[in-house]
Design a protein around this ligand. Structure first.
Ligand code: DAU
Length: 315
């Protein structure tokens, strides 16, 4: 949202259910004249129809997004990610609206640590978790609505995001805010799992590029060559915050935990001319740590409930 307001002239209507993961304070300071906020659910067909009728384009970021929650209670993932996407697509079909669907690299399953291959747009779908399977289902709905009904849609599948305004349930902000609170970071299992980190601003810039220049019906993978294992990331956070690099705890592993994600974003770079701006992960991480240090009022209200849920899962 911040990226669109800063880098374009568009007026943006935000439709957000404000679940536990939403935070109205994330929009504080953005100009009222450029932004309309609507609290509501993407499965509400009447509301969705009214908003889509008035829009030039829909960018569908709305999702239940956290794997650990999907293992605990899958139902909201089916409702929001599958039925919600269906509801948006039907509105886009009625009104002929340009549609961009935001998805995840997790639809491709995972890779071995030593596999030289990375995910591309033609990698077969093989999702592991309730979360990633509902995202895979939503991607397939979008593809079918393009082919069967001519909905002018594009899709993107992105790797792990980091940066400001990320909920403290996610790996990097959880560990940063743990250390800021004097608690130890929690590493699932041995910490060998690899994620391909991209700064959220680079993800946003890629989405804008696809919205402006993407070919209808096409999928674009978004990634910034940021592979790191979880242990390395925790050690970097601890070191940046002046703590011993080994001052973390190993906790119970996530069931079915995907081992490695890695994105080949050549298509987006070559065909649409996008390139990431945050190529230095350590610098991006330092800026992210500074943001959480300076914005405790934004994250503190969510921290206790998040940690209580993790404790109940032994994590
Ligand atoms: O790859 C893109 C995906 O990245 C998105 O589609 C998801 O919405 C997003 O949540 C993220 O999924 P992950 O499951 O990879 O992210 P998470 O932040 O939950 O965990 C990142 C890695 O860190 C993963 O290997 C699990 C591990 N982890 C996570 C937490 C919260 C820990 O070791 N300790 C933790 O406390």
């Amino acid at each position: 949202m911040h990226h669109v307001i800063e880098h374009t002239e568009h007026h943006v209507t935000v439709l957000d259910k404000l679940t536990y993961a939403g935070n109205r304070a994330s929009l504080a300071g953005l100009p009222d004249a450029r932004l309309t906020f609507v609290q509501g659910d993407i499965v509400d067909a009447a509301l969705v129809d009214e908003l889509v009728a008035a829009a030039d384009a829909v960018v569908h970021y709305a999702a239940e997004s956290h794997n650990d929650n999907s293992l605990d209670e899958p139902r909201p993932f089916v409702d929001t990610n599958v039925i919600g996407t269906f509801t948006l697509l039907e509105a886009a079909r009625r009104h002929g609206t340009r549609f961009h669907h935001i998805s995840t690299d997790e639809v491709y399953g995972d890779l071995e640590l030593d596999d030289p291959a990375r995910f591309t747009e033609t990698t077969p779908y093989n999702p592991s978790s309730p979360y990633s399977s509902t995202k895979a289902g939503s991607d397939l709905l979008v593809r079918a609505w393009v082919r069967s009904f001519g909905v002018p849609a594009t899709l993107s599948n992105c790797s792990n995001n980091y940066g400001p305004y990320q909920h403290v349930e996610k790996f990097i902000p959880r560990q940063i805010t743990n250390v800021l609170r004097g608690e130890r970071p929690k590493l699932y299992g041995a910490g060998r799992n690899v994620r391909d980190w991209i700064h959220a601003d680079d993800h946003s810039a890629a989405v804008l590029t696809i919205l402006e220049k993407g070919v209808i019906g096409e999928t674009y993978l978004i990634g910034a060559d940021g592979e790191k294992n979880n242990k390395e990331v925790v050690e970097m956070i601890l070191t940046a915050l002046g703590q011993p690099a080994d001052a973390y705890d190993h906790v119970v592993d996530r069931p079915g935990h995907d081992l490695r994600y890695a994105i080949d974003s050549s298509k987006l770079r070559t065909e649409l001319g996008w390139a990431p701006r945050f190529s230095d992960f350590e610098a991006g991480l330092a800026a992210t740590i500074a943001w959480y240090r300076d914005n405790e009022a934004w994250w503190a209200p969510q921290k206790d409930a998040t940690e209580a849920r993790y404790r109940a899962q032994g994590q």
